[in-house]
Ligand binder design. Sequence first.
Ligand code: LLP
Length: 427
Amino acid sequence: MNHFDLRDGELWCEDVSLTALAEAVGAPVYVYSSATLERHYTVLRDALVGAGLKGEHGGPPLIAFAVKANSNVAVLKTLARLGAGADTVSEGEIRRALAAGIPGERIVFSGVGKTAEELAFALKNGVSEINVESEPEMHLASQVAQSLGTRATIAIRVNPDVSAGGHAKISTGKADNKFGVSFSEAERLYAQAANNAGLKPVGVTCHIGSQITDLAPMAEAFAKMRGLVERLRAEGLGVERLDLGGGLGVPYFNQPTPPSPEDYARMIAKTMGGLDVAYSFEPGRMICANAGVLLARVLHIHERPEGRKFAVLDAGMNDLIRPAMYDAYHDIRPVKPRAGEPVVYDVVGPICETGDTFTRDRALPPLAAGDLVAFMSAGAYGAVMSSEYNSRLLVPEVLVKGAHWAVVRPRPTYEDMLAKEAPAPWL
Ligand code: LLP
């Protein structure tokens, strides 16, 4: 459910006309709906609480929004006001979370390659948990903590060796992925950490992949996690927290319908069978994907003699890379659909490579130069993965709330773009 709907034959975001918005800001532009972000967050929170899952001190579980999915500070602030935490994977993301008013105690620091500088930054800012992914990283966290005269609160990331996720490039839970350690390693490292002056192990964590539309692999992984918690406790080790990652899929129109947050929460409660831990989660996509669209304008319709019709847009793979990178499907909706029989188009961007193709052979309402189209479900892994490739200006972002909207990342100017570079002294 989202707040992008047709009104009198035109697409609106909440109470804002996308046609008017694109006139004012120009295309391409990402547009996010506050009401949709808020709804997705509260639906998940209510489902988890409703299933009896608890967080620290018996409160609701920590929902640490995966900042990698959408790191715009205004988006983070929108979620922070509802109590969201942040799952971060770099100093930059921690800084964004802090800038959005998310306190360190609701920030989790994940990722396979944290540097000593980043770990020090996290510790100095009171990040609640460092999710350690390997033995060398655990030792680095300990060294950094000791050099700062403190202990690093850590959770060990386990790789449950379960296959899940929408695409090979976003599946993380198999043993041959770079993420996390095996169950036996986790037990060994946890015991080691408990005796290490620089570490305070508080829990275990897993994340098996992204765009998961079937609960079975998650249930399998989570049952293994429960077993791990029980074994650690049987060894006399304290395990206070269990972080179950993110990964729940969203409906991308042509995909299998993902499980509801209620089914997900019930599955967890059932799998855990009353295990007494503080739960936390790291959802990204399910909170923000359907809360955002990328608006683009049709530059022209290019018909090849062989019969192919190319709708050439002013947005390219540098603005939305998911189709090129993961063969991802995004629903493409004209903002003001024209009447007439559907026409089959290849929808492409202006970048000089064939990979800059959003879709081939897609039947759409007839398009003409100047029309606006919306790439739906582009709020997750959209703007965050954009670049200036082909020296195109970074795509701006707009946040809508009711009848109001604000440019929350302006389109840079060409002067801004060039000012970031410096000539070598000999040139
Ligand atoms: N936690 C960890 C440790 C992760 O690695 C990720 C995503 C998440 C949480 C959030 O997962 P989500 O709930 O959003 O599925 N760029 C790709 C997706 C990459 C996901 C990477 N990790 C895409 O556009 O599909």
